[in-house]
Design a protein around this ligand. Sequence first.
Ligand code: NAD
Length: 503
Amino acid sequence: MSFLSRLGITSSNPGAAGAAGFFPTSGPEVISTDPATGEPIASVRLAGASEYEQVAADAARVFQDWRMLPAPKRGEIVREIGNALREHKDDLGALVTCEVGKIRSEGLGEVQESIDMADFAVGLSRQLYGLSLHSERPLHRMYEQWHPLGVVGVITAFNFPNAVWAWNAMLGLVCGDTVVWKPSLKAPLTAIATHRICDAVLQRHGWGGALGLVVGGDADVGETMVKDRRMALISATGSTRMGRHVGEIVAHRLGRVLLELGGNNAMIVNRDADLDLALRAILFAAVGTAGQRCTSARRLFLHADIADAFIPRLVRAFRSVRIGDPMAEDTLMGPLIDAGAVEGYRSAIREALSQGGTLLTGGNVLDRPGSFVEPTLIEARADMPICREETFAPIAYVFRFTDLAEAIAQQNAVDQGLSSAIFTDSFRDAESFLSAAGSDCGIANVNIGTSGAEIGGAFGGEKDTGGGREAGSDSWKAYMRRQTNTLNWGRTLPLAQGVKFDV
Ligand code: NAD
């Protein structure tokens, strides 16, 4: 695999990098394996709490100067980081595919998302604007300005091992923050390669340490980082279980937190939907990335008028998905991340069937090396407990409805609130889905599936999804602190609200 050597990945890699680049780490070795074959790719020697301390101290020190570099100058460096990612897109995309099993176009798409984030951040670097306000006092002026926040601790999930970090890091850098990254131990090589590419640009400009990397365990490195008061913001992406725990710790020290957690996303297919469109969208949303996106469609609400004809089409489409080597150009679905995920798939199907679900297609683990499973459709009732859970696998539950308001209520009746979609040609039904009484999710789409968001919009969800917003729109504000300034350019000192305090 020559892309590994071009990315600087050797058979054994150090798990920490700070101001002086990568340095030796002394923790246990973990082996990253290819989920399509079960074969080892390379190993990483983990960092521990003392190595975390070194990286965090570097990031805190570099912040003192980085915050004073004018934002457009920071943007110029981020532009070069984006270009470096462009140069390595092919290799880095291959590594994403190799390490987490995404198909080739999705591996490349993930790196493209990071490049898009860099471009977006460069533009933002000249737009980090505040408001100018009218003072109630004569010869006074009020305005708001946004200052860099500090060091941002970024925790990432395995399933977006490159782009989710870029959402945070590109914005954080132009906002004047420095960043310490704790990636998932299921995808450490992508983090190491990504860091090496981006850090080389910073080192060239004398800004080594603005980005730090610590590949370590949750108990020592993860918990230490979350408790560390130097981390002005903890941005954590992963399961709701992890986010609840991390959120509590950060709240206790009154730090800032940005949580991007689990989803349980639904698609509603109305009686007047364009069914060809709906079919293609469901297939990508439910089966794409082997159902391992936070935005994957897991619940399908079909209008009773179209359900009988549409379900056989869905079944045929699910059965026609080409499963196999994610590196092969014609593969549509690669493996799950590991044996634990396969067990999660098996047990969810067992529970669904024991709770009254009917298997329409799929349900099997493939008899071959790697963690391959079949795309699965189960006809279910919305009150089945398993349908309220996020199973990170290509399983979709099918429900029938007659009343749209009832379908929307059922869609909303889960703890998660990330993404949602309706397929309809009715203007009124589309608008009612998007209204304040409609979908309660952070993302609500019409005639587009639940997954595959563009970076220009703010990304995130409500309720157990954590409430965070990342990437586009005004998400940058999470990475800065707001300051309100009042200036008196007169020669008297009038007080607000008419208060008198004259001696
Ligand atoms: P996970 O919760 O197992 O791990 C996520 C990250 O949290 C990893 O880096 C892990 O090491 C870290 N972590 C776990 N315990 C920690 C602790 N005590 N302190 C500090 N860090 C800790 O999730 P996963 O299996 O890697 O990813 C799948 C989950 O992520 C799904 O629930 C999915 O929906 C969610 N996800 C959400 C989004 C989003 O934007 N909403 C995006 C991608 C994934």
